[in-house]
Design a protein around this ligand. Structure first.
Ligand SMILES: NC(=O)C1=CN([C@@H]2O[C@H](COP(=O)(O)OP(=O)(O)OC[C@H]3O[C@@H](n4cnc5c(N)ncnc54)[C@H](OP(=O)(O)O)[C@@H]3O)[C@@H](O)[C@H]2O)C=CC1
Ligand SMILES: CC(=O)N[C@@H](CCC(=O)OP(=O)(O)O)C(=O)O
Length: 307
């Protein structure tokens, strides 16, 4: 028997990559709408009703419009948008976050997929804050570079035009939509400064958290905390700084659902940089949605995914 899955927003950047990961699978039957029906609310509601699980790959406004219309149905939902990431009645879909997270996703009716930058930042911050190695109110900053698919179809068109940007920094106004989830699941009480940027490559991402050492905090201690936290995690790997030979390529994990965590710096200078590398459309969106779907269906979480 195959599970019925509907991807609302299948023609978009995130939806397309979920479809690509699911369409070859014998255990999944995709419910698909004709191109002229994909924004037809009645047709979409029929597709939702026929699905065991539906994955929302829509702008926030379209998610907030459709979800109330699904009240009373027993279709389980995964929302890839920002709309429900800090909502108390949705489970945050980061299976590696805590000991109970995998079971919570498996049993959830509604799962909110983490944001791409947020996945990297939370993966770096939560293990340290929860162990008391970094204070919840520490003054932190987060720097990042993303591939341009992170901006959806609009940014893909911009970067794939003959005359296109090469790289830019943005969100300097400190209102980026990922900050609330980074604070909530990273365990921070003080708002971090977030400085993202986009480069002329399609998929990939590096997220960095600079950190002052001292008071017993060393590179080795930070690395050991990550190794303990992610012990046995198939998709989150902790690597030594030496694995990167001085350069961290944002496309290292592109095409996979892998996130790499590493600690760089120097105990003598007291300065470190915590680094997460992921594919914004892998562990940052579409891969993570498939991992959550697998858990919700009670099947091996790695089915259809590359580590
Ligand atoms: N890109 C990324 O790296 C990540 C994206 N996300 C989130 O995933 C969601 C989708 O983003 P992304 O794939 O990048 O965006 P895209 O713009 O690439 O895709 C959105 C899709 O939704 C469709 N759509 C818009 N409104 C409606 C509607 N009312 N009914 C049905 N379909 C609709 C669009 O149609 P049309 O094709 O006609 O425009 C488009 O195909 C967003 O909430 C985003 O924040 C999350 C993590 C990372
Ligand atoms: C490069 C780029 O523009 N990235 C997007 C974030 C990616 C995305 O759409 O994020 P969600 O994970 O929140 O849905 C942005 O900064 O708004």
């Amino acid at each position: 028997m195959a599970w019925n899955v509907f991807i609302d927003g299948e023609a978009g950047t995130t939806g397309l990559q979920i479809r690509e990961r699911l369409e070859a699978r014998a255990d999944i039957a995709l419910i698909q709408l004709a191109d002229d029906a994909r924004k037809d609310t009645a047709a979409r509601l029929e597709a939702f009703a026929a699905a065991d699980v539906a994955i929302l790959c829509l702008p926030d406004a379209a998610v907030l419009d459709i979800v109330p219309r699904l009240a009373g149905t027993d279709t389980r939902l995964i929302d890839a948008s920002t709309a429900h990431r800090v909502a108390p009645d949705w489970v945050f879909g980061f299976p590696e976050l805590t000991a109970g997270a995998r079971a919570a996703v498996a049993g959830a009716e509604r799962v909110s997929n983490p944001g791409c930058y947020a996945s990297g930042a939370i993966a770096l911050l939560h293990p340290l804050v929860s162990r008391g190695l970094v204070a919840a109110d520490a003054p932190l900053s987060i720097n990042a570079v993303s591939g341009y698919t992170g901006g959806g179809k609009a940014m893909v068109s911009e970067f794939e035009a003959p005359s296109h940007p090469h790289s830019f920094a943005y969100a300097m106004g400190q209102r980026h939509k990922h900050i609330p989830e980074i604070m909530q699941y990273g365990g921070l009480t003080r708002r971090p400064i977030f400085a993202p940027s986009v480069g002329d490559f399609a998929q990939g991402m590096v997220v960095q958290v600079p950190l002052h050492l001292g008071n017993g905090l060393t590179i080795a201690r930070l690395t050991a905390a990550y190794a303990e936290h992610y012990d046995g995690a198939r998709f989150v790997r902790v690597l030594p700084a030496s694995a990167y030979e001085g350069r961290i390529d944002a496309e290292r994990t592109t095409g996979t659902n892998r996130m790499e965590i590493s600690v760089h710096g120097d105990d003598e200078t007291g300065c470190a940089v915590l680094v997460a590398v992921l594919d914004n459309l892998g562990k940052g969106a579409s891969g993570a949605a498939v991992q959550n779907l697998n858990l919700m269906l009670g099947i091996d979480e790695g089915t259809g995914l590359t580590a």
